[in-house]
Design a protein around this ligand. Structure first.
Ligand code: SF4
Length: 326
């Protein structure tokens, strides 16, 4: 792979869930959860993926990990097209791409000790020579994520939410991954704990040179951790830019509305940035509006927006937007 090549490339990704009805299970439609999403993530970079609930950001993460069938488009990881890889072909990539979930409790077996939970992926992927090496590595990883090594003999129900997330991170690190897909990893935690876990993500990124796809709805969290941010709306990316540009000068009306809801500590920026509010709910992905999907809620919509879908294109250097008026 060339040295400046992205670690992850997603091109025109579509994930549609068919809807079947009747005794012969005839397909009557499809939920277009992800409908033509393209982005790249460079080695060592954090790309934040934001948007309201149901916009397709988590589905995008699951599709990259190939935990969902891809309807169309391409996912290329470290130079290999993994879009059509079956389970066996995905095996080495399953080690290199790890998922951090919102609630690690649901993904960790409560009958296993923490040591066994962390050692399990080392057995599956043959990452340690013997049980003693696995136990030693589990203790090291626990300390690395801010827990005590002697906690290894405890069970997951004995830990708080923040500690569980630390254990989930230790388990992911046991696989020596390159890419972490973090799906709302702090949204279930108390605000005071969120900052600690976000800092932990940053520490381990610096230590291991990890690359993150960071999916979240909380713009303050995403701003803190991301290098670049992609904003999703109803299955598509409407704007993508580096973090500071996106917060200082968002161009898409939807991004402007999202940002308007987040207080900025700089009074100069606060006074000059556009104040936009949107009405109503996100429409159904089963039947997205024609033209610009945002047009029923957009305060700037013009006639063309109802019929013609805007494409994502570069508006300023490094800032791409899908809006007819930009
Ligand atoms: Fe609003 Fe039209 Fe731009 Fe869509 S294309 S965001 S409806 S102005």
């Amino acid at each position: 792979m060339p040295p400046d090549a992205p670690l992850l490339e997603v091109a025109d990704l579509k994930v549609h869930f068919p809807i079947y009805r009747g005794v012969i299970a005839k397909q009557v439609g499809a939920v277009k959860a992800v409908d033509g999403v393209s982005f790249t993530v460079n080695p060592g970079e954090t790309l934040g993926l934001v948007g309201e609930s149901g916009c397709g950001k988590s589905t995008t993460g699951l599709a990259v990990l190939r935990m969902l069938d891809i309807t169309a488009g391409r996912v290329v990881f470290d130079g290999t097209d993994i879009t059509r890889h079956d389970r066996a072909a995905m095996r080495p990539f399953r080690r290199r791409i790890q998922m951090i979930y919102q609630d690690p409790f649901g993904s960790l077996d409560p009958r296993m000790s923490v040591a066994a939970l962390i050692a399990e992926p080392m057995i599956v992927h043959k990452l340690a020579a013997n049980a003693a090496e696995r136990a030693e590595r589990a203790r090291e990883l626990l300390e690395m994520v801010g827990l005590r090594a002697d906690m290894a003999s405890r069970y997951i129900h004995e830990f708080s939410g923040g500690q569980r997330q630390r254990i989930g991170i230790a388990r992911a690190l046991a696989m020596k991954p390159d890419l972490l897909i973090c799906d709302e990893p702090v949204s279930a935690l108390d605000v005071s704990i969120q900052a600690q876990i976000v800092n932990l993500f940053q520490e381990i990124q610096a230590k291991f040179g990890l690359t993150y796809l960071f999916v979240a709805h909380d713009l303050a969290v995403v701003r803190h951790i991301s290098d670049r941010i992609a904003v999703m709306y109803l299955g598509r990316i409407v704007e993508i830019a580096d973090r500071d540009t996106l917060y200082r000068a968002p161009l898409h009306p939807y991004t402007q509305a999202l940002m308007a809801a987040v207080p900025i500590p700089d009074p100069e920026i606060e006074a000059t940035r556009p104040q936009i509010t949107v009405q109503g709910e996100v429409p159904s992905a089963l039947n997205p509006p024609p033209g610009c999907r945002f047009h029923p809620r957009c305060p700037r919509a013009v006639a063309r927006c109802k019929t013609e879908e805007p494409q994502l294109r570069e508006a300023t250097s490094g800032q791409s937007v899908a809006c007819h008026l930009v």
